[in-house]
Design a protein around this ligand. Structure first.
Ligand code: NAP
Length: 432
């Protein structure tokens, strides 16, 4: 008699037969070897582009087929990122134009269980508990991927943004190189919350800015998704951060994560860039910049500007980021929440020999190195709120309105909060 999947060795599960079923309810972990033909998903379509409460709708869609180097993952929980908001708005670009599909399932962070693997997949098997990093490349062993950095690959894409099957669905398909070990001490929702922003932060500070012990860093949006990891990692690397926030409550929060100090930007009403400022407004802005610079020095315990500015706000802050750096300082930037057409006075750049460094997500090796620090407990996820499956649009809406700090995560197949592994998730179901 044929073995059941749970009686098979890990190796045997690679080739196990699958029993097809039509669809299973959300919040359910089916037995290994059961493969639904359809799945529940939150889907974005062009005719409802807009803010998240409008753009995200529940639908039942086909479970995707996987290729030889891919894996199908049962999503247990999914993390919320700003790119889900961009995707829903259809701006600044329509993701449907990138993917060539008429639907989009957002979500670039997940924890889950490997459900099925393609024939070329060597290291992962159905049943493995994983978190996902969101970088995809060509999957054909091109020179850039193999010989340099998969982020250089001509086919580089962000899964769940530039690909159609993200994590706000029961199943997602990913390249096998995206799979990382789930930290065993974390719940499914905590494990789904950190990948995109933490791995991006890791590349920005470790590999792109090459932060050194003793350096001083100004961190914009320090209580946000990137910022909470920047503050932790800067400390771990022996450097010091002063974080910018918009309330004292957020400031206290980042001190608890290891920031040396914080600046409440609300104290400086003229700080942010505005186009077409009058001479009087320009003077008020420069006065605020100088006072902000003095507060940075006082909080950082230095008589110079920052060695590194951690940037992702873009238009509103970038001119100040270039201006405030010490000589030979570096701005490392990965985003532009407030706008991407940046204006700045280039004289401060060349006369003081400063550098602007672009950075985008992370490659698989960097994500794995960063994940080790979560597994060891040196870096902690900062999940400040968790949501049910039904609340996925609301979680995005709160982020769009900047009514959040840290990271949000949502249940998908995990039947309840605080469950840490497959047995606990199945056990909860059995007890219910
Ligand atoms: P987030 O959680 O919303 O945090 C951003 C923080 O920026 C907010 O907490 C806010 O803090 C601050 N902020 C927003 N608007 C501001 C303004 N006009 N002036 C000053 N500060 C402002 O978002 P996130 O997850 O950290 O992501 C930030 C950006 O980076 C997004 O645009 C995202 O798309 C991008 N990103 C890019 C990559 C990549 O790989 N390239 C990866 C991750 C994120 P306060 O209000 O407290 O100051």
């Amino acid at each position: 008699m044929a073995k059941k999947p749970e009686e098979m060795t890990r190796e045997e599960r690679k080739y196990m037969p699958y029993e097809k079923v039509p669809v299973v309810p959300v919040g359910t972990v089916p037995p290994l070897g059961v493969l639904p033909e359809k799945m529940h998903a939150w889907v974005i379509r062009e005719d409802r582009f807009g803010e998240p409460m409008q753009s995200f709708r529940q639908e039942i869609v086909d479970v995707p087929e996987i290729g030889p180097n891919e894996a199908l993952v049962l999503v247990m929980a999914a993390g919320v990122n700003f790119n889900g908001i961009w995707a829903g708005r259809g701006k600044p670009v329509s993701v449907l134009k990138i993917t060539g599909k008429d639907f989009h399932i957002a979500g670039s962070d997940a924890s889950g269980i490997v459900w099925k693997v393609g024939e070329n997949v060597k290291h992962w098997r159905p049943g493995d508990e994983v978190v996902l990093h969101c970088n995809q490349s060509c999957d054909t062993y091109c020179g850039q991927c193999v010989g340099y950095d998969p982020m250089m690959c001509q086919s580089q894409k962000i899964w769940g943004y530039e690909t159609p099957y993200g994590s706000f669905a029961q199943f997602t398909k990913v390249q096998a190189q995206q799979l990382l070990h789930k930290p065993r001490h974390l719940s499914w929702e905590e494990a789904s919350s950190y990948g995109l922003t933490y791995f991006t932060t890791f590349r920005m500070l470790v590999d792109r800015a090459e932060l050194k012990p003793g350096e001083k860093v100004l961190v914009w949006g320090a209580s946000g998704g990137l910022g909470v990891f920047a503050v932790q990692l800067i400390k771990k690397m022996g450097a010091e951060s002063v974080g910018v926030v918009s309330s004292d409550e957020k400031g206290e929060f980042i001190l608890s994560l290891g920031a040396k100090g914080y600046i409440n930007r609300r104290k400086y009403p003229n700080l942010l860039w505005k186009d077409n400022a009058s001479p009087a407004e320009e003077k008020a802005r420069m006065d605020d910049w100088k006072a902000f610079g003095r507060e940075f020095q006082q909080k950082a315990g230095t008589n110079r500007g920052p060695d590194v500015v951690f940037e992702h706000v873009g238009k509103a802050t970038f001119p100040l980021s270039v201006w405030i750096l010490r000589k030979f300082g570096r701005v490392v930037i990965c985003g532009a929440t407030s706008g991407y057409d940046l204006t700045f006075d280039v004289r401060y750049l060349w006369m003081h020999q400063k550098s602007i460094i672009g950075s985008h997500f992370a490659n698989g090796e960097q994500a794995a190195r960063a994940n080790e620090l979560v597994i060891s407990g040196d870096i902690k996820p900062v999940m400040t709120r968790r949501f049910t499956w039904e609340q996925i649009p609301e979680a995005h809406e709160l982020m769009a309105q900047n009514k959040h700090h840290g990271k949000f995560a949502c249940l998908v197949s995990a039947p309840a909060f605080d469950l840490k592994n497959t047995e606990e998730a199945r056990g909860f179901r059995a007890a219910a």
